[in-house]
Design a protein around this ligand. Structure first.
Ligand SMILES: C[S@@+](CC[C@H](N)C(=O)[O-])C[C@H]1O[C@@H](n2cnc3c(N)ncnc32)[C@H](O)[C@@H]1O
Length: 162
């Protein structure tokens, strides 16, 4: 299963990033696409992530398809240990966008009794810290692409605080 996952990396990268709707301003030739895909895969090996490598590629493609004159930042709501944020920061570096990271850093809240998706999870699962997210992005991503102040701590029900 792991071997299959690893062996499909170049194919997934080519299939997902081989889009002629990617904006030419980002100058993503085949080598740069493969290199980005490889780095993103490698990051998912080192940083735990709640989403898959292929999901990260699909998100990357959407950002790379967005023309540079369309203003806006990339926002991640819920980062855990920053696995996906690290990869998005690489895409933000290429596209000149900022990545905003929102989290309570308290993990999952208590599930509603009738929420079938909450089964198998408990309060506090997926709790990361700002420090480990920052460390992961600095080590494996592009810290300069993070919107500063780096993190927005969201308290469910209490709005936003910096
Ligand atoms: C599944 S993890 C996110 C995984 C991450 N996007 C990735 O790809 O690795 C869910 C995250 O959302 C945060 N979270 C969950 N419910 C929240 C809430 N109500 N308010 C703020 N953050 C919340 C948790 O602290 C946790 O970091």
């Amino acid at each position: 299963m792991i071997a299959q996952y690893v062996l499909t990396v170049p194919i997934s990268t080519l299939f997902i990033l081989n889009s002629n709707t990617m904006h030419p301003a980002y100058r993503m030739n085949m080598f740069r696409r493969l290199w980005l895909g490889f780095r993103m895969f490698w990051n998912t090996v080192w940083i735990p992530t709640g989403t898959t490598y292929k999901t990260h590629l699909a998100m990357a493609l959407k950002v790379l398809e967005t023309p540079p004159d369309v203003k806006g930042d990339v926002v991640e709501c819920g980062t855990w240990k920053g696995g996906c944020a690290t990869n998005l920061s690489l895409v933000c570096k290429i596209t000149g966008r900022k990545l905003r990271i929102y989290d309570s850093f308290e993990g999952l809240p208590e599930g509603e009794p009738n929420d079938r998706y909450a089964k198998g999870y408990k309060k506090g699962d997926y709790a990361g810290s700002m420090e480990e997210v920052e460390e992961n992005i600095r080590k494996h991503g592009s810290w300069m692409s993070i919107w500063k102040p780096a993190f927005i701590r969201v308290f469910a029900g209490f709005g936003l605080t910096l």
